[in-house]
Write a protein that binds this ligand. Sequence first.
Ligand code: NDP
Length: 234
Amino acid sequence: MSRSALVTGGSRGIGLAIARELQRGGDAVAVTYRSGEPPEGLLGVHCDITDSAQVDVAFKQVEEEHGPVEVLVANAGITKDQLLALMSEDDFTSVLDTNLTGSFRVAKRAVRGMMRKRNGRIILISSVVGLLGSGGQANYAASKAGLVGFARSLARELGSRNITVNVVAPGFIETDMTAVLPEERQAEIKKNVPLGRYGSVDEIAKTVGFLASDSAAYITGAVIPVDGGLGMGH
Ligand code: NDP
């Protein structure tokens, strides 16, 4: 049966690959976008996840077109890398506001309908650096580690309503976010990855597709690394 699925930040990168994967599985998929045009063949809803009012309007649009959201993928995220001594308070709070509080805003809005339906899947896109740490990314790593505690708390709160909440922790994936890294940094990263390469957006999308599928019905509160072995041991 076709479910209503929403992917935040689904107009490019990992989010777009996830949206296409869910669509291939038969779901009616909407994506939020902020800039540019929404992708072809998907319902695009304009939304900045740092603004609760915009989140509410976006959900109303999705509900009108596809019904209440049953699969939520909180994927939108940003980086503002800087060493702590040079990091402004705004660099810190804006990354937290998008990556962590943004996920709170969309999850809070989504669970209403999921609780009523007694069915739902929430998948949060964290990062290997949430648990590994990363010099120059204290803001980003804190936001991504925060998602783990957030997800596990929701998994406990919502399990009795048949809502699962899981985290996917990608390693370095070929997208706009990693393309901006200097060549030497990219080579250094690959040296530390047991599989010796970046991941593809489709490798993340397949994992999210699995977590959203019936096959993952008994998985909740899990953190699934898709990182070529980079974060092993966590
Ligand atoms: P991109 O930079 O390619 O895309 C980020 C997406 O998030 C864009 O669609 C962007 O929208 C959206 N977004 C950012 N801020 C907001 C906001 N305030 N409101 C709504 N949408 C917003 O990133 P990736 O595809 O690489 O990353 C996707 C997720 O995966 C992120 O959470 C990232 O932290 C995580 N991740 C990525 C890794 C990688 O190696 N690429 C590794 C580990 C985790 P717009 O186009 O309008 O800017």
